[in-house]
Design a protein around this ligand. Structure first.
Ligand code: GTP
Ligand code: MG
Length: 203
């Protein structure tokens, strides 16, 4: 898919502030520092569209970026870093859970995990939360450039085995590096297919 335009539209502090035009939304979530903002910049080929930082917790708000005047990429705050709500023992902020539960335009959620690490409890709990709420999602392995391809493959396979302990089938899986622009065509192609399916269903 060609990205003709990518424009920052709004940062929302509350679910009620989210753009309500009904355009399809594809969101990116994961632990703080996993590479969500970098991935959005890589996908759009706009290196400074979303703010990137080596300090965890950079993205605190829900950021909507309007793509090709017809759909949104959504950069969500990282979880597992700042316990925004002490009442929420799993460390997902109310902003995140509120967005996921109350966004009729959310089409698909890309859950980012660092390809260097073993499955982390907080990510598995988050994936479980998505299952309980019936949210369509895929897993994006990030920073693949930091490992050799063989090690990436081993880690991705191990992750799949872990998921199959609780899931009947694996979700879509993407291996990416924002540094090397790896996985760009796969993710944009997936989004394009989702949009095409939606257009067909709407006819
Ligand atoms: P928060 O907004 O704090 O939740 O973080 P984030 O998930 O948006 O991460 P961000 O994109 O800001 O990246 C965090 C750090 O990881 C930065 O120093 C990036 O340069 C680095 N980084 C992100 N993606 C990659 C990648 O594919 N390869 C490498 N080598 N570094 C990456
Ligand atoms: Mg960020």
């Amino acid at each position: 898919m060609k990205i003709n335009s990518a424009v920052f539209e709004r940062s929302s502090q509350k679910v009620s502030q989210i753009p309500s035009g009904g355009l399809p939304e594809f969101a990116f979530i994961g632990r703080s520092n996993v590479g969500k903002s970098s991935l959005i910049n890589m996908l759009t080929c706009r290196p400074s569209l979303a703010k990137v930082s080596g300090t965890p917790g950079k993205t605190r708000l829900i950021n909507h970026f309007l793509i090709n005047d017809s759909w949104y990429l959504v950069d969500l705050p990282g979880y597992g870093y700042a316990r925004v709500s002490k009442a929420d023992r799993k460390g997902f902020s109310q902003l995140i859970t509120g967005y996921i539960r109350n966004s009729p335009s959310l089409v698909f959620l890309f859950v980012l995990v660092d390809s260097r690490h073993e499955p982390q409890k907080i990510d598995l709990e988050f994936i479980e939360f998505l299952g309980e709420n019936g949210i369509p999602f895929g897993i994006v392995f990030t920073k693949a450039d930091k490992l050799g391809p063989a090690k990436v493959k081993t880690n991705v396979e191990a992750y799949g085995r872990k998921l199959l302990e609780t899931w009947e089938e694996l979700p879509p899986i993407f291996v990416t590096s924002s540094e090397k622009k790896q996985g760009r065509e796969e993710i944009l192609g997936y989004i394009e297919d989702c949009l095409a399916d939606m257009r067909q269903e709407g006819q």
